[in-house]
Design a protein around this ligand. Structure first.
Ligand SMILES: [Zn+2]
Length: 51
């Protein structure tokens, strides 16, 4: 499990750690849909705004 910051509102989002690349998650604070980007298992998860 790792804490990721929402790119929109900077809130800390506790993720389960089993998110998949390309999965859409919703910020619990601003409800923005965010796409999970996992470039490599060794890299931290990145969240980008789902456009
Ligand atoms: Zn947010």
């Amino acid at each position: 499990m790792q804490d990721i910051s929402c790119p929109i509102c900077s809130a800390d989002l506790p993720l389960d750690g089993d998110e998949k690349d390309g999965q859409t998650v919703y910020c619990t604070y601003c409800s923005t849909p965010l796409t999970v980007l996992i470039q490599s298992p060794d890299m931290p998860i990145t969240l980008v705004e789902d456009t």
